[in-house]
Design a binder for this molecule. Structure first.
Ligand code: SF4
Ligand code: SF4
Length: 295
């Protein structure tokens, strides 16, 4: 069975059910498909900063420095991951805005060599797509990279790029079909939240994140340093909040750790999220943190 067909089946099952836990269903089917040790999804930042400045960005990119992640660092991390997980379902290339990376095209081939069966997905806000040269589009085609576009309320003709992909035989989709909404993370600085309730409600728990030889359960935790630095705060990341790939070598152990909340979950909201209209960030603390919790 083709991997894309498997994902279609998973999507159908996810629609039908809500009695089963989504991650467990997906992991079960994908483990069957891949056999051996398997991680459903992993993502990484090619750059931490962004050319769009969205309020409440849950990667904290409006607060991140203009740092480019060296391609060799990413590859070194994936080689370590490969020693533990034979297969990864999806590898998400993002940021910040990944198209800002000057050597973006150098990442595809080594990633495919390490994980030939994985679906590579690049997630973009689309701003730079018009300026990407032919080599970029040909590389997407050659390495079978999926282009995922988040439709922001900005002047980008997303449909044009979807058609271009269609014509070139590049897999492409919109991350959001409807008008984009943003949510407030409402982090509790006193870490008083019920971490089990927060984890249960959280959709990030399957967005495992790779950086500097460490594998994280989710995206917000490893990027909290940008918020800490900008506002001179001290949200703590403990050794129990990530897996050090130089020390932990067991896929079973990692999957077990990731199947329950980490310490950092105590900061995250244990109530349903507050959604609001899209707006640009004013870099105000209240976009991310429950301000009362600072008193
Ligand atoms: S485009 Fe994405 S990464 Fe960039 S600021 Fe907006 S939400 Fe954050
Ligand atoms: S720390 Fe826990 S609750 Fe917060 S985003 Fe990560 S997985 Fe979700």
């Amino acid at each position: 069975m083709k991997l894309s067909l498997l994902y279609k089946i998973i999507k159908k099952i996810k629609k039908i059910k809500d009695i089963l836990l989504p991650c467990q269903v997906e992991d079960f089917l994908l483990r069957k498909y891949f056999k051996g040790t398997f991680l459903s999804q992993v993502e990484f930042h090619l750059v931490d900063y962004c050319n769009l400045n969205c309020a409440c960005c849950d990667h904290f990119s409006p607060l991140a420095p203009k740092k480019i992640v060296p391609v060799c660092d990413v590859i070194s991390d994936f080689k370590k991951l490969k020693k533990i997980f034979d297969n990864v379902g999806k590898i998400l290339i993002l940021g910040g805005e990944p198209l800002l990376h000057p050597n973006l095209l150098e990442i595809f081939e080594p990633l495919k060599e390490i994980y030939p069966k994985s679906e590579l997905v690049i997630i973009t806000n689309g701003i730079l797509l018009d300026s990407m040269n032919e080599d970029f589009w040909l590389a997407l085609k050659k390495y079978n990279v999926t282009l995922s576009m988040t439709k922001y309320p900005i002047k980008v003709d997303y449909g044009k790029f979807l058609n271009k992909c269609l014509n070139m035989g590049i897999k492409s989709y919109f991350f959001n079909e409807n008008k984009l909404k943003m949510y407030k993370m409402n982090l509790d600085y006193k870490a008083k939240n019920d971490k089990y309730a927060a984890y249960k409600l959280c959709w990030h728990k399957n967005c495992h994140f790779l950086r500097d030889s460490k594998l994280y359960l989710c995206t917000p935790a490893p990027n909290i340093g940008f918020l800490n630095k900008h506002f001179n705060l001290d949200f703590k990341l403990t050794k129990r909040d990530y897996i050090d790939l130089d020390k932990v070598k067991s896929a079973t152990k990692i999957n077990r750790i990731f199947s329950k909340p980490i310490d950092f979950c105590k900061y995250c909201s244990d109530k349903p999220l507050e959604w609001g209209e899209y707006s640009h960030s004013k870099k105000e603390l209240s976009e991310w943190v429950k301000v009362e919790s600072l008193k």
